[in-house]
Structures are given as structure tokens and as C-alpha cells.
Design a binder for this molecule. Structure first.
Ligand code: SF4
Length: 320
């Protein structure tokens, strides 16, 4: 059972022919989420009044970025800022963003920036104006572009985060302490992979030693959980989480199986295999032995299996 994440998506990704050249972009990573997520689509350029097709825009400037249309000399910087501010403020609670890469409006890190309005090569790559506004207003929400989502590891991290945040929204809507306790328990091993300190921090909030009202506890949890989720997995912490889970299945295993698993964890710790390798082995044993505690753990089943895909471009790029 998974909550349905609400994700804001650039409208030209599968939804409408709204690009400057009147085209629409095929984005299978967005399309496959359709049955499992609720999309809020947006085209910031059309939102601020431009038609499609229209003459292209570009980002210009070394310090102060401007969004201009070289063919007309029009400057759309203020209009875009105004649109972004109004749109983002009017959104219902959302769990993440998928924006069009390289766009001077929607790009989240890799939009070309030019030194002059009309001529010259790009001098830098930065977020577009709308992409930048998203990251400023929602710094802790998962935000990706469709290019990065072709990388399997980045895609799975994004899906894990948006499904976690959607599930937390459900807990918030019901305002029951026992639901928050159950939520935290389901994410315990996943949080453990991000470091014991973070897990303890969230655990303290849930333990509620000051007997705060549930609404306040939920506020504290909401203020902490998304930023914790954004932290990278730490190999030593992840190895601890794996060995903790291993303790639940070890009795049913042969000595050869145990040795194989420990070897896989050592390989992971040495950076020779991804986390998915030991997680995959454990997942098979969780199913084989019917260990319900582990079957509930989002470390092993973080999002609907229909979204699992072997496709991997291998082209992950770090955000600046
Ligand atoms: S990249 Fe953004 S602004 Fe450009 S067409 Fe797509 S949705 Fe519209």
C-alpha cells in the first residue's frame, strides 16, 4: 500500500506541445509514474503569457541573471519571477518536482547562461529562473529533471523520497500519534542508512518526551524528515542497517548463504557493488521466509514495484 505522491511536472514533458518550437518531449520516466502519482503540470513560459510556438528565450548575465528573448530584446525576468512566486505560493501540498532540463525557465542546474543577449557561446550553466524559484521555496523537496531520472540510482532515490513524503502527508492528515509511530517504524532501516544521528533525532521527536499535542509533534517531524531524507546514504551506516536486517533471516540460511551475504556487504562497503546488491539478496529472503517486519520496511520496498525499471543511462550528474 503506497500513498499517491503529488508531483509538479513541466508541462512539455509528455503533457502538451508547449515548447518554444511547438513540440512536446517524450519522458518515459514521467509516463510510467502516471498510474501511481498525481501530477500538477505547469508551463511557466505560457503561464506568464507567451504563446507556443514562439521565439526562444535565453539566460543572460554574469551576476544578475536575466531572461530575455534575443529576437525581440524583450526582458521577461520580472514576469517569470512574478509567475513563479504566484504559482508556487498557490500550490497545494506537493511531494516533489520533475522539471525540463536545460530550459532557461525550468532547468534546475544545467541551463546555458550567455554573456550577451544576441551573440556568443554559453559562459556557464545554472538553474533557470523557475527552477531556481522552486529550489529556493522548497529546498527540502526532491527536485529532478527528466534527464537525471534516466539514471537508475537517481530515479530510485527520487521515487523513494516522493513516496515517503506522500505517506507522511497521509499521516499528517489523520493526525494520530499511532500513525506517526507506525510511519517512523516503517522507515527505521532506511533512515538508519542515512546515519544514526538522524535516526535518533527523529526517534526523539516521535517519543515525544514533553507530551506535546500530536499536531506539534507532526510539525516537528515535518520540519526534520524531508531534510534527513535528502542526505546521502553512508556506507558504514547502510552496512549496519543491512546486518540488522540480516539478523531476522540468518537462522533459516545455510552457512554458504550467510557467507555470501557478508561478502556482498563487504563488497558494498568497499564500493565495488551498489547498495541495491545486498538489498536485493535480503529482499529475496524476506519473501522466502515471510518476515513481515522487514516486508514493511521501506528500505526494501520503498515504492510500487511497477515503477522498478532496469533502464539506466548511467549519466548521473551532480547538481551544483
Ligand atoms: S521547459 Fe518549462 S517553460 Fe519551457 S515549454 Fe517546458 S514547461 Fe514550458
Amino acid at each position: 500500500m503506497f500513498a499517491r505522491p503529488r508531483v509538479v511536472v513541466s508541462r512539455c514533458l509528455e503533457f502538451a506541445h508547449c515548447r518554444y518550437d511547438g513540440s512536446v518531449i517524450s519522458a518515459p520516466e514521467v509516463r510510467t509514474m502516471e498510474g501511481e502519482a498525481e501530477f500538477v503540470t505547469v508551463c511557466p513560459e505560457m503561464g506568464m503569457g507567451l504563446p507556443s510556438p514562439c521565439q526562444p528565450l535565453r539566460l543572460v548575465g554574469e551576476r544578475e541573471l536575466r531572461l530575455v528573448q534575443p529576437s525581440t530584446g524583450n526582458d521577461y525576468t520580472s514576469s517569470m519571477r512574478e509567475f513563479a512566486h504566484g504559482f508556487l505560493r498557490s500550490l497545494p501540498p506537493v511531494d516533489g518536482f520533475i522539471l525540463k532540463n536545460r530550459s532557461p525557465s525550468c532547468g534546475i542546474a544545467d541551463s546555458k547562461v550567455y554573456g550577451a543577449t544576441e551573440k556568443g557561446a554559453a559562459i556557464a550553466r545554472q538553474a533557470g529562473l523557475f527552477g531556481r524559484a522552486v529550489r529556493e521555496r522548497f529546498p527540502d523537496l526532491p527536485t529532478e529533471d527528466e534527464g537525471r531520472l534516466t539514471n537508475r540510482a537517481l530515479r530510485e532515490a527520487f521515487l523513494t523520497s516522493v513516496f515517503a513524503l506522500a505517506s507522511l502527508r497521509e499521516v499528517e492528515a489523520e493526525e494520530r500519534m499511532r500513525n506517526l509511530v507506525a510511519f517512523h517504524a516503517r522507515y527505521k532501516l532506511l533512515l538508519m542508512t542515512l546515519g544514526q544521528t538522524r535516526l535518533r533525532e527523529l526517534g526523539r521527536i516521535v517519543a515525544n518526551p514533553d507530551h506535546l499535542p500530536v499536531s506539534e509533534v507532526l510539525c516537528l517531524y515535518r520540519a526534520t524528515f524531508p531534510s534527513v531524507l535528502r542526505r546521502p546514504v553512508r556506507r558504514p551506516s547502510a552496512a549496519n542497517a543491512l546486518l540488522h536486517a540480516f539478523g531476522y533471516v540468518t537462522d533459516g540460511l545455510s552457512s554458504g548463504e550467510r557467507a555470501y551475504f557478508l561478502e556482498t556487504v563487504a563488497e558494498y562497503q568497499a564500493g565495488h557493488v551498489p547498495l541495491a546488491a545486498p538489498v536485493g539478496v535480503l529482499r529475496a529472503w524476506i519473501v522466502r521466509f515471510g518476515v513481515s517486519y522487514l516486508a514493511d520496511q521501506r528500505l526494501f520496498f520503498p515504492f510500487p514495484p511497477s515503477l522498478l525499471s532496469p533502464e539506466d543511462s548511467g549519466h548521473g550528474r551532480e547538481l551544483t
